[in-house]
Design a binder for this molecule. Structure first.
Ligand code: AGP
Length: 610
């Protein structure tokens, strides 16, 4: 949700900023801009649309300078136009600012500034901050001005600010929006929303914390709080494999990420299973084992795909660990009055670890005294740092806006948590051993589904002209029906709804006719016959059925119009297999319609605003 970058050093800032924006393009892509300082002179370019528009605009421009800031936008306040693109500047055109987040009290601040004579050119909340900093900067240096302005602000921000009055300086700050400092050399630094923009230049990073300000000059860097007192920080090494953020010959990141899923399961369980003892070894959870043993309720908070993973976790944990579990959209959790005490655990699930709603739910749960746990992919992200304990999902960088491999890794880690908590609460060694064994067999089974890619593509292309789809499933596959519908909506822009198979007769079935196909998840599990009956009801109304069924199920052949087979596994692990045909189906429908698969309209990868 917007990517910001700032570079200061000895090299030309322009290529470093443009490369960083390219790497963060998944965060937002409706406009982009940059400002480069060369001594006291500054050149700014901003363009609506994809990053390529900015690239074309600046190709033959002389943008020499070794200090600069860049921005890639996902619009919140104001349409995606050249005027609303960042950077924004003040009345004197001395201050240039990039911002990721929302200044909630910007209208009040704007009114006060207008009364002082400031004029505004954009509809953004960010421009207000530029003018506010200008006011303070009349008297004090840039970092003091930024700190003073931020004290007036209500909202969330990750910002990078430069000033022509102090052209060899970048001031960056964060509250609720991620910001990472990359230390390239003494006097050469990159600050960005995401480590992916920093990785080509250095592996040494500092994850800035909320309320911190970072001042970068050729003489060095300082990290302070809002009262400009220096704070302790840790330099960390990023161990991401750079090849993981390249397409490696695939037409889209999404397809590459789908194809990686066998390895993803392998990585998520590596070193965490004791198959002989039927145990899961989760370091963070072991540290809180006593408290976990005594909780009498677990609330899972997450958004979107991560929430559907949480729903699978709910079924697993209730069935195998006997813990009452509720799954809640983090947006709702934060604004009602959830009843929580020290015997409640709250588990946040997030790929990015930066989803604003999930962060707020984590903080609310902590305030109320719950034990707060996390399943997060991005190492060092806000949620990973905020929780009491957690287990990384180890999916590696996920670039496609539509989440695929992160989901599979989240469900795999939830299976490990089920094993851990189940064994604490009376699960037998034999059951534990069975779950461990089945988990270890999953990567191979995933490969057999991926080998059917061509067949799934052929089916998807035949249905690509449909205007609506239902996705149905039951029990463990109910969340997969929701996820299948979400995937299709996100990247193909086709209307799709996920339902419990048994829910159809309570209303949705009224829509069924020969032009309204249904993707039915019907593996041979404990609700197989029930789901089959629901499918028959749709067939009886001329509905077309694309079934996802277990290998060897011949009965489904005579009922469904098309069948995609998945290998047999333990019922609780079926979602890890059945979701793959959903992802491939959505992918190939979208490809047939020539959609922008990795960067679908109106979306951004990390939703770091409310
Ligand atoms: C999934 O395809 C979506 N892009 C979206 O629903 C996503 O899962 C959600 O925004 C949560 O993101 P997070 O896992 O980074 O917290």
């Amino acid at each position: 949700m917007c990517g910001i970058i700032g570079y200061i050093g000895q090299k030309d800032a322009k290529p470093i900023i443009m490369d960083g924006l390219k790497r963060m393009e998944y965060r937002g892509y409706d406009s982009a801009g940059l400002a480069i300082l060369n001594g006291k002179s500054v050149k700014m370019h901003k363009k609506a649309g994809k990053l390529v528009n900015l690239q074309n605009e600046i190709t033959d421009k002389d943008l020499a300078g070794s200090v600069g800031i860049g921005h890639i936008r996902w619009a919140t306040h104001g349409a995606p136009t050249d005027e609303n693109a960042h950077p924004h500047t003040d009345s004197a055109e001395e201050i240039y600012i990039n911002h990721n987040g929302i200044i909630e009290n910007y209208l009040t601040l704007k009114k006060a500034l207008e009364e002082k004579g400031h004029e505004f050119y954009s509809e953004t909340d960010t421009e207000v901050l530029a003018h506010l900093i200008e006011e303070y900067h009349k008297e004090v240096n840039l970092e003091k001005a930024v700190a003073a302005a931020l004290k007036d602000v209500v909202g969330a921000y990750g910002i990078a600010v430069v000033s022509t009055k102090e052209p060899k300086k970048i001031v960056a700050a964060r509250l609720g929006s991620p910001l990472v400092l990359g230390i390239v050399n003494d006097g050469e630094y990159i600050v960005a929303s995401d480590v992916s923009a920093i990785m080509p230049h250095t592996r040494e990073v500092v994850y800035l914390q909320d309320g911190e300000i970072c001042t970068l000059t050729p003489e060095g860097y300082t990290i302070t709080n809002l009262t400009l007192e220096e704070v302790d920080h840790t330099i960390e090494q990023v161990d991401w494999d750079v090849s993981k953020v390249q397409k490696q010959g695939y037409p889209h990141f999404m397809l590459k990420e789908i194809m990686e899923q066998g390895d993803v399961v392998h990585d998520a369980i590596r070193g965490r299973l004791r198959p002989e003892e039927g145990l899961a070894h989760l370091r963070g959870f072991i540290e809180h084992a006593d408290r976990l043993k005594n909780i009498d309720r677990l609330i899972i908070v997450a958004m979107g795909t991560a929430m559907y993973a949480g729903m699978v976790g709910e079924y697993m944990l209730e069935e195998y660990a006997g813990i009452p579990v509720e799954v809640e959209s983090a947006t709702e959790f934060r604004y009602r009055k959830p009843v929580i005490d020290e015997r409640t655990a709250v588990l946040a699930i997030s790929q990015s670890g930066e989803t604003a709603d999930t962060i707020a739910a984590v903080r609310e749960a902590k305030l109320k005294g719950a034990l707060v746990l996390g399943v997060v992919n991005v190492v060092g992200s806000t949620i990973a740092r905020d929780v009491d304990a957690g287990a990384y999902s180890h999916a590696g960088p996920e670039i496609g806006v539509a989440s695929t491999k992160a989901f599979i890794s989240q469900v795999t880690v939830l299976a490990l948590i089920t094993l851990f908590m189940g064994r604490q609460r009376g699960m037998s060694v034999v059951t534990g051993q069975r779950i461990a064994k089945e988990l270890m067999e999953l990567p191979e089974k995933i490969e057999t589904i991926l080998k059917q890619t061509d067949a799934i593509k052929e089916i998807a292309e035949r249905y690509a002209d449909s205007r609506d789809f239902f996705f149905i499933g039951r029990k463990y596959n109910y969340p997969i029906a929701m996820e299948g519908a979400l995937k299709l909506k996100e990247i193909s822009y086709i209307h799709a709804e996920g339902y419990g198979a048994g829910d159809m007769k309570h209303g949705p079935i009224a829509l069924i006719d020969e032009d309204f196909p249904t993707v039915a998840l019907v593996p041979q599990d404990s609700v197989y016959e029930k789901t089959l009956s629901s499918i028959q009801e749709l067939k009886a109304r001329s509905g077309k059925i694309i079934a996802v069924a277990t290998e060897g199920d011949t009965a489904i052949d005579s009922i469904a119009d098309d069948v995609i087979y998945i290998p047999k596994t333990l019922e609780m692990l079926t979602p890890i297999l059945s979701v793959i045909p959903m992802q491939l189906f959505a992918y190939y429908v979208a490809a047939k319609l020539d959609r922008d698969i990795d960067q679908p309209r109106n979306l951004a990868k990390s939703v770091t605003v409310e």
